[in-house]
Design a protein around this ligand. Sequence first.
Ligand code: PGA
Length: 252
Amino acid sequence: MKRFPVAAGNWKMNTTVEEAAALAKELRDRLDRLDGVEKIVCPPFVSLVPVKGIITGSSIKLGAQNMYFQEKGAFTGEVSPTMLAGLCQYVILGHSERRQYFHEEDRLVNRKLKAALKAGLAPILCVGEKLEDREGGRTEEVITRQISEGLADIPNPGDLVIAYEPIWAIGTGRAATASQANETIGLIRRVVGGQCGGAVAEGVRLLYGGSVTAANILEFVSQSEIDGSLVGGASLKAGDFTSIAEQTARAK
Ligand code: PGA
């Protein structure tokens, strides 16, 4: 089965509203006519509305970086699936920075996944091991737990995308090797298959993330199991993200 490749930019806690609008305009001008890859931008919450205004009518899709699982109510500071459903197609869930700094665990990520799917949002579920897990030979165990608990009681995960982001490779300039990433992503596909069945596993798009640049993207997207990338730092530069998307389209 041919899976449609992805280049997704996670802007994290960067850009003011004005800067986000300027970046979105530049990306629209450069990327709108690029076929053969799904381009997704995930700006901060406060910039979702202006960025949506800028990319509406273009081929660029919009994603949020997080959400809470409740639909509404007294949850000060949180953003609900219902709020996002009218705005964007995608939502990143379980990013390692959420797990590390905001103590999000697999059970919470699972509730968020269910809520996103119910609201018609496509989740981008992030998984990845710490350096000590990799060095201690626990990568498989950690990834298997994150996937099986994250996807618990979700037999049909819709347009789910999963990003494998080894924590030691995020923002460090130390990317995984393409073959390391391909191997772990192959494991993720098998775990998804065991849990949701072969058809879901065949169709789910699996991305690599962690120090992806315009210089190394080709190695990753040349791998059989890797369907694209979730890009942090390099997605803040229109030229770099454009190059990443172009190389992905060409390679796949
Ligand atoms: P990075 O971040 O590309 O800056 O390493 C990737 C991510 O955390 O999504």
